[in-house]
Design a protein around this ligand. Structure first.
Ligand SMILES: [Zn+2]
Length: 172
């Protein structure tokens, strides 16, 4: 701990204080003195505070993007399940029965979701504060929608593939 000595302006006695002390009492005449922080120390405190603020902005943004990503995963899971349900309904129901029509409806819903849902997701991309670096930002817009649609389509195709593999393995 760094100790600094000053002279009491009232009695002239030596007063010692540690770095970080804001007030100090003269041991001889009980005069209370206020210690002004050194400019460098003030600078350091400011920098520290700014750093903490930036960290906080980044953490909040990271939390928001995490939530956003989790929602896209839920959509992918829904697309996967909807695909399997569609194939189940269409395969195991006779032509023009209720199940077949429902399967067709689900297929249309799935196709529509590939167009509509990614556009909704790009609108929901959290806005990044200026403190967040460029490479950490999620960019909204057309490319983002295309990526989500592509991912959903791939997962849906994977669902279809898994369905047919199981279907064939069961030896119809
Ligand atoms: Zn004094």
């Amino acid at each position: 701990m760094e100790i600094t000595a000053i002279q009491c302006p009232k009695c002239g006695g030596d007063i010692n204080y540690k770095a970080g002390d804001r007030t100090v009492k003269c041991p001889y005449c009980d005069l209370m003195l206020e210690i002004k922080a050194e400019p460098a120390e003030i600078e350091l405190e400011k920098t520290k505070k700014e750093y903490r603020d930036i960290e906080q902005f980044r953490q909040e943004y990271a939390k928001k993007t995490k939530r956003w990503k989790r929602r896209t995963y839920i959509y992918y899971a829904a697309a996967f399940l909807l695909t399997i349900a569609t194939f189940l309904l269409v395969t195991f129901s006779k032509n023009h029965s209720g199940g077949y029509e429902a399967g067709k409806g689900m297929f249309l819903l799935l196709c529509f979701s590939f167009l509509a849902v990614p556009l909704i997701f790009t609108q929901m991309v959290p806005v990044a504060p200026k403190e967040v670096e460029e490479q950490l930002r999620i960019k909204s817009g057309f490319l983002c929608a295309v990526k989500i649609a592509g991912m959903a389509l791939l997962i849906s195709l994977a669902g279809a593939l898994i369905f047919f593999l199981i279907f064939n393995a069961l030896g119809r």
